[in-house]
Design a protein around this ligand. Structure first.
Ligand code: PAF
Length: 282
């Protein structure tokens, strides 16, 4: 496994791989890897001859007052996780190389970025689509893998790749959860043991909504009330949004079906967590 910091070195390495007929799989991350990332890496290992893991805490996707400075970082630990997942190349560029002086070009997906996290975190998706475009341009992967916990991010990246004719296959990988249901996230590291317990209200609320749906309930107002009640019962939880949306268009729906997305953003103390499910999924 090798670590590459320079953009030019990464581009040369990718060109050489393609010239020798090897395919490239890319797993873009901001580091502080957990089992969710490990599952993306395993997916990438199956799909590409050369497996590239990018680690870059991208400043442009954090808003003012968000956790860019305090975002957990541990490159030594990430290296060990990467090594055991069979990564060939860690691409860990410096911020000054990704955003040199004079930088002024951004990629913006319009409608899909308006609701949900786009509404709560203005500018966030512009930062994500810009950095992902840059990573795709630099690494030139045949396939890139993203987790479904960031459901809207995955939808936005798929849209961008289709709209801009980017020659890469985007693969979405299922959410990885702890045994008690908590969706894995690097930000779980911010939670105290009590807050971690409280954070289970997100996955519990999704499960109760799914059970109601399975029992025949289709009215979103009723399902939403169930989710809200479950989360509001937790004293340290502050609801940012609870939304029921079409799984592709992300348009709001009033009547649920199997492809209805429930998307949650909830603060536990000061830590903002997201989770989601499609009602029809097991
Ligand atoms: O999901 C993430 O970790 C980030 O948003 C991504 C896709 C690596 C872009 O910085």
């Amino acid at each position: 496994m090798q670590t590459v910091e320079s953009v030019a070195d990464m581009q040369n390495l990718s060109r050489a791989a393609h010239r020798s007929g090897r395919t490239i799989a890319l797993v873009p991350t901001m580091g502080y890897l957990h089992d969710g990332h490990a599952s993306l890496l395993r997916g990438g290992r199956r799909r590409g001859d050369l497996l590239v893991l990018s680690i870059f805490v991208n400043p442009t996707q954090f808003g003012v007052g968000e956790d860019f400075e305090s975002y957990p970082r541990d490159l030594a630990r990430d290296r060990a996780v990467a090594e055991s997942a069979g990564v060939d190349v860690i691409f860990a560029p410096r911020a000054g190389d990704m955003y040199p002086a004079g930088f002024q070009t951004y990629v913006d997906v319009e409608r899909l970025t308006l609701p949900l996290c786009g509404a709560s975190r203005p500018g966030h998706f512009r930062g994500v689509t810009t950095v992902v475009s840059k990573l795709l341009n630099i690494v030139q992967p045949d396939v890139a893998l993203f987790g479904a916990k960031d459901y809207q991010q995955l939808a936005v990246i798929r849209r961008m790749v289709a709209d801009l004719n980017m020659p890469v296959e985007v693969v979405g990988m299922p959410i990885v959860r702890e045994a008690d249901g908590l969706a894995l996230s690097s930000r779980n590291a911010y939670l105290s043991p009590e807050q971690r317990q409280a954070a289970l209200c997100l996955s519990h609320s999704l499960r109760t909504a799914k059970e109601l749906y399975k029992a025949g309930e289709r009215t979103v107002a009723t399902l939403r009330e169930q989710v809200t009640t479950t989360i509001a019962a937790e004293a340290s939880a502050t609801i940012d949004y609870i939304e029921f949306r079409h799984g592709d268009s992300l348009e709001e729906v009033a009547v649920a079906n199997g492809h209805t997305l429930i998307a949650l953003a909830v603060k536990i103390g000061t830590t903002r967590l997201i989770d989601n499910c499609l009602l029809g999924e097991e």
